[in-house]
Design a protein around this ligand. Structure first.
Ligand SMILES: [Zn+2]
Length: 338
């Protein structure tokens, strides 16, 4: 008789889940905003928004023993035998796709619309002008999908999708994780055209931050669990491009009183994710795409498709295990899809 041993090696989820289940008193709502280090939202001191290679927060790690004596003492999850603070993982999908990209896409679109890049009426109320341009942008996006043989569930572009009630609002793009990655890739293509055409430093900085995010996503999608030295150097280059270019855009926006390119604790968490050799216990550089929630949520979607949305849970498990058995013993050609 065989048996299965379950081991918890990592705990991941959205930030709200982590904060509530592990009782982190230092979180995105507090001045000291990180449960992994003592970085703060203040610009002075140990700033969470210092994205340089040798940022001060790298020397300010929070230790497991201190956590267990404070917040951890009231968390049931932290009492599981073998639990260690280093097991708590920041998730790339919730941090980048559903956080940082929402800011980048919203601001990236806003600046293109201000340039009247997609073409449309140059006078009239801002909402009508933006809507007319976004309709044209949607047509160009369809051509982009067709040319690259891509499919998406992305709904039509709109001002509402940028969560803009007034033009002075901070633009935040609303979308699903996979759709946001695709829209960011489309936006990068447009900003590369603009940057080459104008040679403007600000336009080049926007193209650089978008390029960095897309490069991080491409590295995360590679199948290797651990990064080679070459890939680790590629990830560092992408991290540096994405976040330092973002910091330049954010400083420029603050100087002009604009709400574009806002910096959030999620930018700091992305910084953590893209430094897989910190803290340096093992020398291993884990691919940030390994074990991320994207694959778990995709798995739930596949279960829904297998069940047709109306199957009892025990029947669904049996059906899934049968398909898994067929896949393992007959191969992917004759087994039904998982
Ligand atoms: Zn931190």
């Amino acid at each position: 008789m065989g048996f299965v041993i379950g081991l918890v090696t990592s705990i991941a989820g959205d930030l709200k889940f982590l904060v509530e289940s592990l009782r982190f008193s230092h979180n995105y709502n507090t001045e000291e905003c990180c449960f992994k280090c003592r970085a703060t939202k203040r610009v002075s001191g140990v700033s969470a928004y210092e994205f340089l290679r040798h940022a001060a927060w790298l020397l300010a790690q929070r230790l497991h023993i201190h956590y267990m004596e404070s917040d951890g003492s009231s968390s049931a999850l932290a009492q599981v035998p073998g639990f260690h603070l280093d097991m708590v993982a920041l998730d790339l999908m919730h941090t980048l796709h559903l956080g940082v990209l929402s800011i980048a896409i919203g601001s990236g679109f806003f600046e293109l619309l201000e340039l009247n890049y997609f073409g449309g009426p140059s006078s009239g109320p801002w909402a009508a002008r933006f809507s007319a341009q976004l309709a044209k942008a949607w047509d160009i996006f369809q051509s982009f999908l067709k040319r690259n043989k891509l499919r998406t569930s992305q709904p039509a572009f709109s001002v509402a999708r940028m969560t803009l009630s007034a033009k002075s609002d901070p633009p935040v793009w609303k979308g699903k994780a996979s759709d946001n990655a695709l829209v960011c890739r489309f936006l990068l293509e447009q900003w590369l055209i603009v940057a080459r055409r104008t040679g403007d430093a600000h336009h080049q900085t926007i193209a650089t931050t978008l390029w960095g995010y897309i490069r991080i996503i491409d590295i995360a999608k590679e199948p290797e669990m651990f990064l080679s030295d070459t890939r680790a150097a590629d990830l560092e280059e992408a991290r540096c491009a994405a976040l330092t270019a973002h910091a330049i855009l954010a400083h420029g926006a603050v100087a002009t009183g604009s709400q574009l390119w806002r910096t959030l604790p999620k930018h700091h968490f992305l910084d953590h994710i893209c430094r897989p050799d910190w803290p340096d216990h093992t020398g291993c550089k884990m691919n940030p795409g390994h074990g991320w929630c994207f694959s778990d949520e995709d798995f739930i979607g596949r279960l829904t498709r297998i069940s047709g949305g109306r199957m009892r849970i025990d029947s669904l498990i049996n059906k899934y295990l049968l398909r898994l058995h067929l896949l393992l013993y007959r191969g992917s050609f004759s087994a039904p899809p998982l």
